[in-house]
Design a protein around this ligand. Structure first.
Ligand code: AMP
Ligand code: TRP
Length: 330
């Protein structure tokens, strides 16, 4: 059997180069080696308040970006999570085998909870829903950025616990990180992860940002008190700029050292900006072409959901049977 890949991105805020280098760009590269499913996880997005009209728009925008980046809809399935009800159904079934203590340890929950005045229960259950996304399709590989590793570990723990309570049911998924770019940092603050929800200009380069804006954001990036690149002593800002360049270019460590040692920060930033623009511009052009016909994205999403429904429903059926939940004819 061909191994299966599954991953997801939340339709909250603007996709940025961290999402691309940590996840989406990697999916495009590996998609044809696997049976691939890529989800737009709208049920995850609403764990914090989203304006309904913006959410609706974002879901389509992200589907357009997936296609523009090179996800091949003839081969890979692009699925809006909420259009396959089995995601939510399995999440409940898994909630019942997940100890609260496991969820209390999640660092992303702790960070998000600390930033909110009042926390919805959905935010707490978030990793169980993510486990359901993965286990629903018996995915073997989950390509993500570094910040999701703990959630995938949890999905494995839940799968193991379920299997030991109710008998062999779930395949164990494995995390796949990109070699470079698994954790892109904020350009304004290289000690914090680049994130969709961070406010302010200068923090992130969004995938649909026009070239002059990309140039401006990167030229203003925080570096350190040095003036030229020194691979032994560089601070996190310079390391982050180099990671962005290396990840977009695919250069080896040796090539990076030879080319950038001693290069002044201003020049480094110029080269990072031009590399980023040269990678994003063709994608932006394709995005405009793809979204010129709004029904195209809807068609792809409909076909994606139809294609995965049988697998999703079969897993829920199996889980119910193993748990003793009522199923017709048994
Ligand atoms: P999210 O933005 O939380 O929906 O994340 C979608 C995907 O992008 C996940 O696989 C994340 O691990 C990845 N990702 C998000 N932010 C970054 C970042 N700053 N660097 C690398 N990968 C990231
Ligand atoms: N929680 C992930 C994130 O914010 C998104 C996600 C939801 C996901 N379901 C998933 C990633 C399943 C991988 C597999 O980045």
């Amino acid at each position: 059997m061909i191994p299966r890949v599954l991953s997801g991105i939340q339709p909250s805020g603007n996709l940025h180069i961290g999402n691309y280098l940590g996840a989406l760009g990697n999916w495009v590269k590996i998609q044809h080696d696997y049976e691939s499913i890529f989800c737009i996880v709208d049920l995850h997005a609403i764990t914090v308040y989203q304006k309904p009209d913006e959410l609706r728009t974002k879901i389509r925008e992200i589907a357009g970006i997936f296609l523009a980046a090179g996800i091949d809809p003839k081969h890979s399935r692009i699925v809006v999570q909420s259009t396959v009800p089995a995601h939510a159904e399995l999440a409940w079934l898994l909630t019942c085998v997940t100890p609260m203590g496991w969820l209390e340890r999640m660092t992303q929950f702790k960070a998000k909870a600390a930033a909110q005045e009042s926390i919805g229960d959905g935010l707490f259950q978030y990793p169980v829903l993510m486990a359901a996304d993965i286990l629903l399709y018996q995915a073997n590989i989950v390509p993500v950025g570094e910040d999701q590793m703990q959630h995938i570990e949890l999905a494995r723990d839940i799968a193991q616990r379920f299997n030991s309570l109710y008998g062999e049911t779930f395949v164990m998924p494995a995390t796949r990180l990109p070699a470079v770019g698994a954790r892109i940092m904020g350009l304004d603050d290289p000690t914090a992860k680049m994130s969709k929800s961070a406010s302010g200009t200068g923090h992130a380069v969004a995938l649909l940002d026009p070239p002059d804006r990309i140039r401006r954001t990167i030229m203003r990036a925080t570096t350190d008190s040095g003036s030229g690149v020194d691979f032994e002593t560089m601070g996190p800002g310079v390391a982050n700029l180099l990671a962005i360049f290396q990840s977009f270019s695919g250069w080896s460590d040796d090539q990076m050292r030879t080319h950038f040692t001693g290069v002044r920060y201003g020049d480094l930033k110029k080269q990072v900006a031009e590399m980023t623009i040269s990678q994003l511009e063709p994608m932006q052009q394709r995005y405009r072409e793809i979204t010129a016909d709004p029904s195209h994205v809807d068609r792809v999403l409909h076909e994606g959901a139809q294609a995965v429904l049988p697998t999703a429903n079969a897993t829920v059926q199996l889980v119910k049977e193993h748990m003793g939940i009522y199923t017709r004819g048994r």
